[in-house]
Design a binder for this molecule. Structure first.
Ligand SMILES: C[S@@+](CC[C@H](N)C(=O)[O-])C[C@H]1O[C@@H](n2cnc3c(N)ncnc32)[C@H](O)[C@@H]1O
Length: 227
């Protein structure tokens, strides 16, 4: 395997295609990831989106294929947890995939506390599918709710789909310690959250500009921790 794009005492970031890299990586205990939702490609029936992707009328097969391929390729411990980000459309297609594989499947709604894109009930929320295998480590909170309100940190945005670090730390705080894995790392938010909590983490990002942003954010974080 080639050299990682970035590495420190806790975090390793790989530049490449997760379908190729995942099988060779160390075992992970928490898969927490925000993959491309691809819903626009599946639902575009008008305007520029139709020109770009065609109108394939709700064909979500790409979304489920991505989830199945990622879960098959990842080196996950026998007892593990998954946090899989989705929107309201990809969520509907993804739930059966996770139900077939996991003993427990739960839905969490992230309330962005801000007006989102679109029209006709504009989006303020995103969905996260949370899953556990039988015997996964004890869940830390007895009171964690399925609605989490966290504002996106737009002033610090390095990626168009960047998530707030605090959303990821909320999830990681509920889940046991162990290796964190984000195969669709973007600008590295999961890795930053893991590092903040002293958890080891591995990320993969296919686009160099985002891997570079992630590495920069991680280096800045490491620097702030020692000064
Ligand atoms: C929704 S973004 C993740 C954003 C991230 N949560 C953040 O806060 O910055 C999904 C990322 O997955 C990457 N990606 C898409 N296909 C990939 C693949 N096959 N392997 C690795 N990364 C991939 C995209 O380049 C994109 O940056």
């Amino acid at each position: 395997m080639a050299e990682p794009y970035y590495a420190d005492d806790l975090v390793t970031l790989w530049l490449g295609d997760c379908r190729e890299l995942l099988p060779g990586l160390p075992r992970a205990d928490i898969l927490i990831t925000d993959p491309p939702y691809a819903s626009a490609a599946a639902t575009a029936t008008t305007g520029w989106a139709k020109q770009k992707w065609g109108g394939n009328w709700g064909d979500m097969s790409l979304v489920t294929l991505m989830a199945e391929a990622t879960l098959d390729a990842a080196n996950l411990s026998a007892e593990h947890e998954v946090y899989w980000f989705a929107d309201h459309l990809s969520y509907a297609a993804l739930v059966p995939v996770f139900f077939r594989r996991y003993q427990l499947v739960q839905s969490v709604i992230w309330d962005r506390q801000a007006l989102g894109m679109g029209a006709y009930y504009r989006k303020q929320t995103e969905f996260i599918i949370y899953c556990r295998t039988r015997g996964a480590p004890e869940f830390a909170s007895k009171t964690a709710r399925d609605l989490i309100s966290v504002s996106p940190a737009y002033s610090e945005r390095e990626h168009p789909a960047q998530k707030p670090v605090r959303l990821m730390t909320e999830f990681l705080a509920n889940s046991a310690s162990g290796m964190v894995l984000d195969p669709y790392a973007g600008a590295g938010t999961t890795l930053i959250a893991a590092r903040l909590m002293g958890r080891p983490a591995i990320g993969i990002e296919i686009e160099e500009r985002y891997a570079e942003a992630a590495a920069r954010r991680l280096s800045q974080q490491a620097l702030m921790a020692v000064t």
